[in-house]
Each structure stands twice: as structure tokens, then as C-alpha cells.
Design a protein around this ligand. Structure first.
Ligand SMILES: Cc1ncc(C[n+]2csc(CCOP(=O)(O)OP(=O)(O)O)c2C)c(N)n1
Ligand SMILES: [Mg+2]
Length: 329
């Protein structure tokens, strides 16, 4: 059973690095814009931002192939952007407009894309874990070689359904990567207050599931671990667990004043571990990009995000008849 700490890969190409930079920056700027629109009253309902966690999904998406699937919780905007969903459609869903992925009827937590194999967006903590195993079951049944990435949080990892799923996934050797995004908090409860064992991934050992801990602030380490996980699943060995240590800079949701941690704690993470800054440094010090090159990328990303915000403000409200579509009745 694998039980290793990830190490940083050094032979990464300039193209790969700038791709990661671009993709992480898109998520960061998109989320900042979503925060602004929320503040302006243009987004209703819940809105959970992914700022700080960008390296997790960008690194793991880099390990996927066309046809692989992903399913996650309500903190889902980053996952959608990283798998190639259209920023216009995601932002317009946040503002509840017709041009949104769920035609304005789902909002932040309920978007899907058949084309990109993105299966949501789930508001019930832990609910996506058995669903992810179900997706992997279908792939195994069809023998199509696909892998499903099932993301959940450190808080969700204390749910019983996670362990029922582990048992079945290992029993049936399902091609599913369980990604525990350990961002240190479940709403206002720190992982130290909720979880006795410091290594959540090791709980898989009770079911015979291989896994490892990963530095989730380092996109290269995440990609490397993702490759190992995917190789394990695709070779028919069954599920794999990645406990990705990360950190969210913002509150749990837009309505969280974050009184359960100090400003200094957040500041220290931003200054010393920021995933985007780390790649920016690598690009500059490795001579792969100049300040001008990075400025050009920044502008390109800003333009994409501004365009999505314009679309999200101008796309019409859904028509009344839309209430009668996409329902079971
Ligand atoms: C079954 C259930 N219980 C409680 C909640 C309320 N709730 C929403 S998010 C959350 C914390 C989950 O934390 P974690 O799994 O660490 O994910 P994170 O928000 O950190 O991404 C809770 C308790 C819920 N949505 N569903
Ligand atoms: Mg958490």
C-alpha cells in the first residue's frame, strides 16, 4: 500500500508552468469578481469562494484525460473553470440569469456540464462521495478506462457515508480518486477541534485503500500525486485517496465573518505559501517569463473575467415558463 509524502518535481516545462499560472489566476480573479458582485447584491443565496485552494484543482485536472469525471461540493467554481467550463456560463448562474449553466435556476452550488463531465456542485456535505463512487461504478461496468475525481472537505471526511463508500469502492475496485481538500476548517470548526487523527487519508487503510498526503499549495506536487493516483486507478487497482493540505483565505461563505481564526494566520499563509506566487517565482527565476509576459497574462485573465461579469449582468432573468422545465413531475 502506498504511503508516501509528495516531493516536488523539478523538470517541469515553461509551457506547463505558465498553463498552471494562467489557470490558477483565472480562478483567483473570477472568485474576486464573484465576491464583488455578491457585495453589490447581484448574487443571491450561498456563495463559497475557492481563493487559496487553486493549486488543488489545477494540479489534479492536469492529471486527467478527456472523459474523466469530477464531482464536488458547494465550493465548486474553481472545479468548473479548471475543467474548461465557460466562465460566462458560471458567472451568469451566480447572478441567476438565463445564460447560466442551470439557466439561472441553480445558483452557485448547483451547476453541471455533461460536455465537461462535471457532475456538480452539491450542497449536502458528503453527498457527492457515494455519487462519485457510482459514477466510477458505471465506468467500470462499461470498461471505458475512465477515472472519477471525487472531491470533499476535511469536515465531510467525518461523515459515515464516506466510509460506507470506501468499503464498496475497494470491494469492487472502482476507478475513483477520493480527494480530501483539507483546508483546515469546516465552517468555523478547525480540523484540530473536529478530528482526532491528524492523517485523514490513513483512514482508508482500514479498507485496504492506498493513499497519501499532498502539499496542496504546490501545484507541481499536486500534479505529481494526481498522476500516481490516476495510474493506480486506470491500472485496475481500485480507488486511491489524496489528502491535499490546503487553506482557504476567505470565510466559509460570503456571510462568514471568520472570527474563529486570526488575521495573522491568514496573512502568513498568503505571504509564505500562496500557490500562484510560488509559480510566478518559478517562472521568473527560471527565466521562463519576464514581468512583461506575466503582465500580459494578467491582462488577458482580467479581460476574460470582466467579460463574464458583463455577461452575468446583462443576460436576462429566466422566463417564467422556465419554472416548468428540468423538474420531475
Ligand atoms: C449534511 C450536512 N450537514 C451540515 C451542513 C452545513 N455545512 C455546510 S458546509 C459545512 C462544513 C463542511 O466543511 P468541509 O467539508 O471541510 O468543506 P469546506 O467548506 O471546508 O470546503 C457544513 C457543516 C450541510 N450542508 N450538510
Ligand atoms: Mg474544510
Amino acid at each position: 500500500m502506498a504511503a508516501r509524502k509528495s516531493t516536488q518535481k523539478s523538470n517541469v516545462s515553461a509551457e506547463e508552468l505558465s498553463k498552471y499560472y494562467r489557470e490558477m489566476l483565472l480562478i483567483r480573479r473570477f472568485e474576486e469578481k464573484a465576491g464583488q458582485l455578491y457585495g453589490m447584491g447581484l448574487i443571491g443565496g450561498f456563495c463559497h469562494l475557492y481563493i487559496g485552494q487553486e493549486a488543488v484543482v489545477v494540479g489534479l485536472e492536469a492529471a486527467t484525460e478527456e472523459g474523466d469525471k469530477r464531482v464536488t461540493s458547494y465550493r465548486d467554481h474553481g472545479h468548473m473553470l479548471a475543467c474548461g467550463m465557460d466562465p460566462d456560463g458560471v458567472m451568469a448562474e451566480l447572478t441567476g440569469r438565463e445564460g447560466g449553466y442551470s439557466k439561472g435556476k441553480g445558483g452557485s452550488m448547483h451547476m453541471f456540464s455533461k460536455e465537461k463531465h462535471f457532475y456538480g456542485g452539491h450542497g449536502i456535505v458528503g453527498a457527492q462521495v457515494p455519487l462519485g463512487a457510482g459514477l466510477a461504478f458505471a465506468d467500470k461496468y462499461q470498461g471505458n478506462g475512465r477515472v472519477t475525481f471525487t472531491y470533499f472537505g476535511d469536515g465531510a471526511a467525518n461523515q459515515g457515508q464516506v466510509y460506507e463508500t470506501y468499503n464498496m469502492a475497494q470491494l469492487w475496485e472502482l476507478p475513483v480518486v477520493f480527494v480530501i481538500e483539507n483546508n483546515q476548517y469546516a465552517m468555523g470548526t478547525s480540523v484540530q477541534r473536529s478530528t482526532k487523527s491528524p492523517a485523514i487519508w490513513k483512514r482508508g487503510e482500514a479498507y485496504g485503500i492506498a493513499g497519501e498526503e499532498v502539499d496542496g499549495m504546490n501545484v507541481l506536487a499536486v500534479k505529481e500525486a494526481g498522476d500516481r493516483a490516476v495510474a493506480h486507478c486506470r491500472s485496475g487497482k481500485g480507488p486511491y485517496i489524496l489528502e491535499v493540505k490546503t487553506y482557504r483565505y476567505r470565510g466559509h461563505s460570503m456571510s462568514d465573518p471568520a472570527k474563529y481564526r486570526t488575521r495573522e494566520e491568514v496573512q502568513k499563509m498568503r505571504e509564505e505559501r500562496d500557490p500562484i506566487e510560488q509559480v510566478r517565482e518559478m517562472l521568473l527565476t527560471g527565466g521562463h517569463a519576464t514581468e512583461e509576459d506575466l503582465k500580459a497574462i494578467d491582462k488577458e485573465i482580467k479581460d476574460i473575467v470582466n467579460k463574464s461579469a458583463d455577461f452575468a449582468k446583462t443576460s436576462p432573468e429566466p422566463a417564467l415558463e422556465e419554472l416548468w422545465t428540468d423538474i420531475y413531475a
